[in-house]
Design a protein around this ligand. Structure first.
Ligand SMILES: *Cc1c(COP(=O)(O)O)cnc(C)c1O
Length: 448
């Protein structure tokens, strides 16, 4: 009968060629841990199973344990959900050029804060600022870690312990715990709410001047809609009231856009240029929503105010790094060169012709020998264009247990994120990158 004494020792296992190979690949500490754990498991299971694994079984187990511990937890996934700016899936994928720019910056030293002409310290913000000004018409710009940080910086630097006027209809929660009123409080600003949930008038803003505010703020309602009996003054009108009182206005666009979404069968998402044109003193927006670049918070506007923001200690704590700045600059160049729709993945997805999508879905159905092609809807996401959809075609798969099927798609080596409706699994080609197609089909085939 087997006994625990026949279990090999750690030292014996460490001499075997298979384990020596593990040491060469993964290093001694990790291998040693895994071998010890494999032996410990064998000891614990013995009373129930009466089974002693041999040395090759132990090495296999150690190998699996090592692979589990070195597998990255953050991994690429295939987005077949049809939500273009899916926050849980990391929002905008970068363009090739933006990736290459970040890669070059990552692998070497850069002139991030070094002026190559005079050999002295330079500004990291220089790199994106000129482009941002040119594209938006603003005087100055500053880039920080994300748009939540951008809002925080403006409120802290300009309105700490002072009053900020904002419409009640804009006191929203954006998702991920970002609530406009909480951010305002956290920055130390005192909230002066004006109007009602559905209607705000210019005289509401005028009356709020009694509270001696230092800033007017307007916030995009993100993925929330107010419909029916509603009204809100135009941005230019609010700017006018603010100007007359000598107050600056911050416009938090959330996504913002440099291109007109209305040209692609969608509603009109507020554009950064429009806010600057309307006279907003500061406009902030995300780098990884409709801009289609890396995670960043971008503030453009009046030079004197931007100078104040740059000097504030908080700006140092939330600054953008060289990878972000290089990818952002490369993304902005796509706009300058009028090639954004061709080069920036989220814009390519928005602009994709529905007929082309139908052909892709048909090809997939044909190659899989399963599923049918049905009309459906994709969405933009990222807090932009709430309620708006883009017509698409979906590969619809009839499966016995759709939620189990989705689960198995998620557990593939290249996880696939699809959705279900009624008893169907729906796969939207719009958000699948062309280079992912083969992997997607292999995954679907494996689960089918
Ligand atoms: C998304 C959003 C933010 C937060 O932007 P992040 O870049 O995710 O930090 C802030 N305000 C509005 C209106 C938004 O839609």
């Amino acid at each position: 009968m087997d006994s625990l004494r026949s279990l090999p020792s750690v030292e014996q296992l460490l001499q075997t060629p298979a384990v020596l190979e593990l040491v060469a690949s993964y290093g001694r500490p990790l291998t040693l841990d895994a071998v010890r754990q494999a032996l410990e498991e064998a000891r614990q299971q013995f009373p129930q199973t009466g089974n002693i694994p041999n040395s090759s079984e132990l090495v296999d187990r150690a190998n699996n344990l090592i692979e589990e511990s070195v597998r990255p937890t953050l991994t690429p996934v295939i987005n077949a959900s049809g939500v273009i700016l899916h926050t849980n899936l990391g929002r905008a994928p970068l363009s090739r050029t933006a990736l290459q720019a970040a890669q070059l910056a990552a692998l070497s030293y850069t002139n991030l804060e070094f002026d190559l002409r005079n050999g002295k310290r330079g500004s990291r913000l220089l790199h994106a600022e000129a482009l941002l000004c040119r594209l938006t018409g603003a005087e100055a710009a500053v880039v920080v870690n994300n748009n939540a940080a951008a809002v925080m910086l403006v409120l802290t630097a300009l309105a700490r312990r002072r009053a900020v006027v904002i419409a009640r209809s804009q006191l929203v929660e954006i998702g991920g715990g970002f609530r406009i009123p909480d951010v305002m409080k956290q920055s130390g600003a005192r909230l002066v709410e004006v109007g009602t949930t559905n209607r705000i008038h210019l005289y509401d803003y005028e009356a709020a001047l009694e509270e001696k505010p230092v800033l007017f703020m307007r916030a995009h309602r993100s993925n929330f809609q107010i419909v029916g009996f509603t009204s809100e003054p135009e941005l230019v009108e609010i700017v006018h009231v603010a100007r007359n009182a000598g107050l600056p206005l911050l416009d938090d666009l959330g996504s913002g856009s440099l291109l007109d979404t209305a040209q692609y069968g969608l509603g009109h998402e507020p554009m950064v240029q429009e806010s600057v044109q309307a006279g907003a003193d500061l406009v902030c927006f995300s780098g990884d929503k409709l801009l289609g670049g890396p995670q960043a918070g971008i503030i453009v506007g009046r030079a004197d105010l931007v100078a104040k923001l740059k000097k504030h200690p908080l700006a140092r704590a939330i600054r953008a790094d060289k990878l972000c700045l290089s990818a952002l600059t490369a993304t902005l160049l796509h706009y300058l060169k009028d090639e954004a729709v061709r080069e920036i993945p989220v814009w390519r997805m928005i602009a994709r012709q529905v007929e082309e999508i139908r052909l892709v879905a048909q090809r997939w159905a044909h190659e899989l020998g399963a599923g049918e092609v049905v009309p459906g809807e994709s969405t933009v996401g990222g807090g932009s264009l709430p309620g708006e959809t883009l017509p698409t075609f979906l590969l619809a798969l009839h499966v016995r247990n759709p939620s189990r099927f989705l689960e198995r798609l998620r557990s593939l080596e290249s996880p696939v994120i699809a959705r279900t409706q009624d008893d169907l699994v729906l796969v939207d080609p719009r958000t699948v990158l062309p280079e992912e197609e083969n992997t997607l089909l292999a995954g679907l085939r494996a689960v089918l």
